[in-house]
Design a protein around this ligand. Structure first.
Ligand SMILES: Cc1ncc(COP(=O)(O)O)c(C=O)c1O
Length: 420
């Protein structure tokens, strides 16, 4: 677990300062036990059976992390893949094709063929895609995504339901989707929705579940082959000190009983599927960095570190809050208000910010050489990292109790410079 002992940050049993010293900074480190406990929370917290989890691999696609999620969730956990690359990494991690769903958007025929050849179920995102899928693979199994006109999420960019969302088949067009399925003799085995990301209120899930289930109920006669209903991901985690985690026992009970009641009316048991990404990995991850500059303007005291939005884009992309601590003196004093900024050539490259701009953060007085930990960085951290400014991506390390192992090497310039 990640904890503060005697004012120092620990991952498992290893002091964070030791990890940063051993692997260098910037570096992403993940705590294995945190990920395992999140998988267990979900598997045990949702009582309804049959129940399946398709981990949304986009949150963190590191092969070692996929392997440990698979091991901990054996028989329940599969993968939600959004690209041929994610299908490939899921297969490499040992997931069977039947444990993978390809939730595609704006994909080519080639990308669909990639999934079809590997016997991975394709989740179609539009009527036109369904038509193309039918032509490519008639008489096969398919799933399609519905836009239920209900959306939620921590930021406008991640709200995926409603008329402003590019995702899914508009609810009123489900009849047309079933016409296409019938035309190509496709068995619709799954119906899917995903309304957004970073949701901390159970009610929002229940509202969207009810909408999707009423669509299923309405089209019951044409959904004789239905095997599962997939309600997507989106379970949030607290980033800010004032945010509370989702009440998980309530969530599990409410989701299970809603689905149980529905299946009673539907006349047979279907599988309940959810697709969490962030929930399983966010809190396990830390991005360590080292302070290399401290300077002031009349407005801010800037603390510059050796990483930036090329490695963790969430503050820049969504104004997201990430807790930051000084690893070997977490609650130290004296303290001062600073703007922690990165090494990328853009003014927006500030970790302590919201959507409008810089929000200074109170931290112990920092000087060059101090090691900071940017917390809750396990989801959409490395997986969204880039080589912008021709800077290589950092390594990744997995901590298990007293042991730490490198699970992705630090890139160097030959990974970044084409033709080098
Ligand atoms: C289709 C789908 N499922 C699941 C997820 C996972 O969302 P989260 O990480 O918020 O659980 C996403 C996120 O973008 C998604 O697009």
């Amino acid at each position: 677990m990640i904890s503060v002992k005697g004012n120092s940050l620990f991952l498992g049993e290893i002091p964070a300062a030791e990890l940063a010293g051993r692997f260098g900074t910037p570096v992403y480190a993940y705590d294995e036990e945190t990920i395992r406990s999140k998988v267990r929370d979900l598997v045990q917290g949702i009582g309804y059976r049959p129940f399946r989890i398709f981990y949304a691999a986009k949150a963190n696609t590191n092969l070692s992390i996929l392997r440990l999620i698979r091991e901990e969730g054996k028989g329940v956990v599969g993968i939600d893949a959004v690209s041929p690359g994610e299908i490939e990494v899921a297969l490499k991690a040992g997931f069977k094709p039947v444990e993978i769903i390809f939730t595609s958007t704006s994909v080519t025929d080639e990308e669909m063929k990639f999934a079809i050849l590997r016997k991975v179920l394709v989740n179609c995102d539009s009527l036109s895609q369904l038509e193309r899928y039918g032509r490519l693979s008639p008489n096969s199994r398919v799933c399609f995504r519905v836009n239920p006109d209900v959306g939620a999420g921590h930021h406008g960019h991640v709200i995926t339901g409603g008329p402003d969302s590019k995702f899914g088949i508009w609810a009123a067009d489900v009849g047309k989707a079933l016409d296409i399925a019938e035309k190509y003799n496709l068995a619709v085995v799954g119906i899917h929705e995903h309304i957004g990301s970073g949701i901390l209120e159970t009610e929002k899930f229940l509202t969207a579940m009810n909408v999707l289930l009423s669509i299923v109920e309405k089209n019951k006669a044409r959904l004789q082959g239905l095997e599962f209903v997939d309600f997507g991901g989106g379970i949030g985690v607290p980033y800010r000190p004032d945010q509370k985690p989702i009440d998980f026992s309530r969530f599990g009970r409410a989701v299970s009983s809603l689905f149980e009641d529905f299946c009673g009316k539907f006349g047979r048991k279907l599988s309940l599927v959810i697709e969490p990404g962030r929930y399983l990995v966010a809190e396990s991850g830390v991005l360590f960095c080292t302070v290399n500059t401290v300077k002031s303007t009349p407005k801010h005291r800037f603390v510059g570190v050796d990483t930036g939005f090329n490695h963790l884009i969430r503050p820049m992309a969504y104004g997201s809050y990430h807790p930051i601590v000084l690893v070997d003196n977490c609650n130290g004093s004296p303290r001062e208000k600073v703007a922690v900024c990165g090494n990328i050539c853009e003014s927006g490259d500030v970790f302590t910010r919201n959507e409008e701009g810089i929000v200074d953060r109170e931290l112990p007085v920092l000087k060059e050489g101090c090691v900071l930990a940017i917390l809750v960085a396990g989801a959409y951290g490395f997986s969204m990292a880039s080589t912008y400014n021709t800077r290589p991506r950092p390594p990744e390390v997995l901590v298990s109790g007293k042991n730490a192992k490198l699970i992705r090497k630090r890139e160097d310039l030959k990974h970044v410079i084409y033709g080098m």
